[in-house]
Each structure stands twice: as C-alpha cells, then as structure tokens.
Design a binder for this molecule. Sequence first.
Ligand code: UD2
Length: 312
Amino acid sequence: MSKVLITGGAGFIGSTLADRLIKNGDQVVIIDDLSMGDIENLPQSMNVTFYNESITKQAFMADLLITNNFDYIYLLAAIASVADSIERPIETHEVNQNANLNILETIRKEKLTPKKIVFSSSAAVYGNGPELPKKETSSIDPMSPYAIDKFATERFMVDYGKLYGLPTVCTRFFNVYGPKQNPKSPYSGVLSIVSDCLVKNDVFTLFGDGSQTRDYVYIDDVVDALLILATTSDAKWDVYNVATGQSISLIDVIGAYESASGEKLKVEKKEARLGDVQDSVADITKLRGLGYEPKVDVNTGLAKYWDALQEK
Ligand code: UD2
C-alpha cells in the first residue's frame, strides 16, 4: 500500500486516477479547492482523505507534505483554461506555477522522499508550430500565460529535480476525454460539451468548419500513462506526450459520437475561434518505450462515455 497525494484530485483526471489507486489498495490524499472539480467525483472510500483547500496555501501544503511524506505525488491541480489565463495571468500563474514550485521547495528543504513526483503539463506548450506529429523534441511555442506556466513548471520539474535529486517526471496531455469531465465552461473539452448537448438536446456551437483535427485520448489510457510514469524509476527528469498517436477531425468525432449514442447532435456553425490550432496529433513513441499502449480507440471510448452518462 502506497501513500499518494493528488492535487486537483476532485477534478476529471485526478478523481479517475484516485478511483484506480483506491482499487489498487492505496491510501489517497486529495487536495482540491473545487474551483473546477466536484466533490461528487471523489471516490467513496475509507482510504480517501479530502481537503477543500487551494494548493496556493503554502503553510497548509508544507504541513500536509511533511506530515505524510507521500510515496507518490501527482500534481494535477491547475486553472486549466487558456482563456482564463489570458484574463487573469497573475492569479493563474500563482496556481499553475508558483504553488507547484513551493511544493518542490518543501520536498527539498524538508528532505522528503517521494518515489516519484508527476507533473501534468499540456500539449499547449507546442503552440501553433507546423511540425506534426508533435514529438517531445518538437519546437515549443507557448502562446498563453497558461502554456508559459506549464512549460516553465516542466523545466522546474526537470532541472530542479536534477539539481536536487528529486524524482520528477512530466506529462504533456493531448485532448483527454471521458466521464466526469466538466462541460461548464465554453473552454471545457469539446467532447464534454458535445456530451452535454446530446444529453440535454441542446444546440452545439461548432467553431470553424469542423475539419480541425485532434488526438483524443480516453481517460482510462491517461490513468495507465500516469501509473506507468509514476512507477517506472527510469522515467525521470523527462517529459512524455500522453495521447493515442491517432488524429480525427471534429466533424468525424461528432459523427462517431452520434453512432455510439444513437442520438443526433443539433449543430450551429460559428466562425473559428481566434488562435485555434488547426491540427494536433502526438508522437507517442517515447511513452510506448515504457510499455504504454493506448487501449481505447475513439469509437469504444465514446461508447463508454455515453454509457457512463446514461448511468448518471
Ligand atoms: C486544448 C486544451 C487547451 C490547450 C490547447 C492547446 C482542452 C479542453 N483544451 O484545446 O487547454 O491546452 O489544447 O492547443 O483539452 N470547439 C467547438 N465548439 C465548442 C468547443 C470547442 O467547435 O463548444 C472546437 C474548438 O474550436 C477546437 C476543438 O473543438 O477546434 C477542440 O477544442 P477543445 O477546447 O476541446 O481543445 P483544444 O485542442 O482547442
């Protein structure tokens, strides 16, 4: 049994990871300020301890880290909205970068001994560069405070980790989808918005012509990737794409979702969003080298997603 900290553990990815860790018999501590996460996402288990706090509460975080000396730390808390970071660059910087640096500082100064610290970064760091598929070595072009903070924090994880001997590793998530994703913001993952429209029979706003492509990765595959990165000791001081390596256009993914659900989506077209990336797909060779293999293709993933929504 391991003692695990998940920051942002009431969110979409964090809470699904928590479900899996609990099933594996681990003891999980979750910190989440519920700004994006939902208390209903939390696994119902004696082995979960939840703190409704922000990771920016430095004294609280230091105390939590020192008291528990966790085996594994997953840093998933973030203000995960590019638009929000453009509106509030200082506030989002506090969460997306400084709070994470403070966690590293506490671990270093207090000589804590986690087996792994996994930081979640984003494909946003690649920006609009022309190289496809994106390799971890592709050029970086963070175009928003969100992406700048994600990239800078990756560098802290990698180089600070090397400097002080902390076992850190980073993920660059592509378009993660699945049950529990919060559809409430216009900048929520597009498949959570499509789901919400299908369930409520609302009109979906399609920005652009629908030809834009993405690498949609199902949440269970993402949890697999997180566990591999945490438990592979050689995966250290490094950055890994987390995706499927397959791309699909928005129009086609909507079509696949209609087939999986047996519902028809009402669509209204609007002009493409400013700064929208046309095509995005990952090269996942590096993660495959650690034994990762995405198991859920998009048709299966959408069917599972739809089933989970029906159960709710
Ligand atoms: C993803 C990340 C974002 C940032 C970016 C970097 C998510 C949720 N967002 O944005 O944080 O890292 O990658 O490139 O993972 N769309 C619609 N209608 C809607 C919502 C979206 O047509 O109601 C379109 C949108 O214009 C885009 C596509 O769907 O072309 C996917 O949108 P998204 O927000 O899910 O993801 P993305 O890749 O733009």
